[in-house]
Every structure is written in structure tokens, then in C-alpha cells.
Design a binder for this molecule. Structure first.
Ligand code: UTP
Length: 295
């Protein structure tokens, strides 16, 4: 039961990022110098994933081209003797046949997007990564989760504690802690109002799921926001199989949100030695100006 396949739903409308996402998938927005989807793909390969399944909608071409070779560009870089850049570009292209594309022809929700990959996933447990949840960590979060899966042999969602007044932005768990950083789920609810939330333990965009989930996603029932929700299908699955939540090690940035996206850019840029100095100086100057303006 090795986790070999990872589904990347990239067919959302990204309405919170309009107009940037009018003609381009939100997952192609860049953090420092890489589209956010590339961070997620690198995380999946680092965790031992062998096949990437993109569920695309609009913006498919830019995403496909990003993970494909560009002979014209490579030739130009070679002529200009920019060998390091050339090597970096060649290394980002996965081996032929490792990436599979399928299409969600209507954005009916995350649950529906995952269901679109059912025939490619087949009858084996698989991972789901939402690229707009960008996580900075020393061990890739998916690797952390796969090592828990190897022991627990059941579906697992990455979870984190959120401010109690933020529960209506997440799938929220009703769960009991069974060991360090692992909870056993009793129930889950999508985007509850703070007063209805069973806890402040929120699901973020990393999952390992058993293929049984497709039976429930296939019922195509719309839930919160009129969308077919993965959380609802997981709630159904829970009646048959255990589900766990894993409190991952790392810092998560919500790149589907404008503030979260800017914070991700800052945090990832500060990790780059060639940028850090200039940026730190600029931030401190800005901080001073900001304080003066506020006085
Ligand atoms: P979001 O809930 O962030 O929705 O999707 P969205 O449409 O992308 O963005 P906003 O809220 O309108 O700004 C979470 C993930 O599920 C995918 C998105 O691409 C994102 O990775 N998704 C969502 C789909 O693939 N299809 C859908 O129908 C909905």
C-alpha cells in the first residue's frame, strides 16, 4: 500500500485573486520565482510520489507548458552559455509519462475535482495536495503524513489549530488526540460558524485518502456554498473507515488569500541568501515609515 499517486486539483476559479486569475490558474501565481504549483509538485516527488495527476480547468496551457520542455528557450540559453539556468529548467521537467492531466469541465467544488481523477487513481490509496496551501517545513509535509499512513493504514488529513473566529473558512474536525500530533476523527463539518464549530482544528490542503472516498464523492451531493465538498464525503467515509488528523510540523501560508500570498512571498524570499539582505533593509525602512504614518 505505497502511496504512489498524487492528485492536484487546479480547476478552481480563484475568484479571490481576480483579475490576476482571469486567464490563468491561481496555482500559476509565483512565490519569489516559482509558481506555487511547482512547490507542491516538488513536495510530492520528495515524498516518493511517482505519478502526478492534475485536474485542470482554465489556465491549462500555461501549467502544462511549465512542466514540459521548451526547446527554443533551452537552445537560446545554451547559445548564451547560461548553463546553470538551463540545468535548472531541465531538472524541473518530470520524466515523460509521470504527469497525467484530466479535466474538470465545471468547477463544482473540490470534492468533484478529486472525483474527476477516479479512473486514473484506481483502487489504491492516494495523496491530494492543494497547491494554494504552501507549507514551509524542513521535512515535506507529505513525507510526514506518509510515515503516519504507513503505521495507521487509513485516511489522514493535515490539520492545524486556527483562531476560533476563523472556523467558517475551513473544514473543522471533531476529534480526540490519540498520540502526539495525531487525532482520531469523530466527525467533520465544512466551514461552520464559530458558534457551531466542534473545535478549532482545521483541515489544510494535504490529504491521504483511501479509494473508498470515490463512492461518496460520486454521489455528487452539493454541500456548503453549493459545492461538492470533500469534507462531506470524508464524513460519510468515517461511518465505514477510521480517519485521522495529523498536526504537521511547518508554517502554512494560504496563497489563495491576498494577505497570505504576500506573507508567503516574504517568508520564502527571506530564505534566499541573494535576496534576504536587500529585503530585510527594505522591510525595516518600511516599518519605520509605517510607524511614522500611524502616529
Ligand atoms: P478554493 O476553495 O480555494 O476555491 O479551492 P477557488 O475557486 O480555487 O478559489 P476562490 O475561493 O474562488 O478564490 C481549493 C482548491 O480546490 C481546487 C482549487 O483549484 C484549489 O486548489 N478546486 C476548487 C477545483 O479544482 N475545482 C473546484 O471546482 C473548486
Amino acid at each position: 500500500m505505497k502511496i504512489k499517486k498524487a492528485v492536484f486539483p487546479v480547476a478552481g476559479l480563484g475568484t479571490r485573486f481576480l483579475p490576476a486569475t482571469k486567464a490563468m490558474a491561481k496555482e500559476m501565481l509565483t512565490v519569489v520565482d516559482k509558481p506555487i504549483i511547482q512547490y507542491a509538485v516538488e513536495e510530492a516527488f520528495a515524498a516518493g510520489i511517482e505519478q502526478i495527476i492534475f485536474v485542470t480547468g482554465r489556465g491549462k496551457k500555461a501549467l502544462e507548458d511549465h512542466f514540459d520542455r521548451s526547446f527554443e528557450l533551452e537552445l537560446t540559453l545554451e547559445k548564451k552559455k547560461k548553463y546553470d539556468t538551463l540545468k535548472m529548467l531541465q531538472e524541473l521537467v518530470p520524466k515523460t509519462g509521470t504527469i497525467v492531466y484530466t479535466r474538470q469541465n465545471e468547477p463544482l467544488g473540490l470534492g468533484h475535482a478529486i472525483w474527476c481523477a477516479r479512473d486514473i487513481v484506481g483502487d489504491e490509496p492516494f495523496a491530494v495536495l492543494l497547491a494554494d496551501d504552501l507549507i514551509q517545513s524542513s521535512t515535506p509535509v507529505l513525507s510526514q503524513m506518509i510515515s503516519r499512513f504507513d503505521r495507521l493504514r487509513a485516511s489522514i488529513a493535515a490539520v492545524m489549530e486556527v483562531e476560533p473566529d476563523q472556523t467558517d473558512k475551513y473544514g473543522i474536525l471533531d476529534a480526540d488526540e490519540i498520540e502526539d500530533n495525531v487525532v482520531r476523527v469523530r466527525g467533520m463539518i465544512e466551514k461552520p460558524k464559530p458558534e457551531d464549530a466542534p473545535s478549532n482544528l482545521a483541515i489544510v490542503g494535504r490529504y491521504i485518502l483511501t479509494p473508498k472516498i470515490f463512492d461518496y464523492l460520486g454521489e455528487n451531493k452539493a454541500g456548503a456554498g453549493g459545492e461538492i465538498q470533500l469534507t462531506d464525503a470524508m464524513g460519510q467515509l468515517l461511518k465505514e473507515q477510521p480517519i485521522f488528523g495529523y498536526k504537521f510540523q511547518g508554517t502554512r501560508f494560504d496563497c489563495g488569500d491576498k494577505a497570505g500570498f504576500q506573507m508567503a512571498n516574504l517568508a520564502f524570499a527571506m530564505e534566499r541568501p541573494e535576496i534576504r539582505g536587500k529585503l530585510a533593509k527594505f522591510i525595516s525602512q518600511m516599518g519605520q515609515n509605517f510607524c511614522i504614518e500611524r502616529k
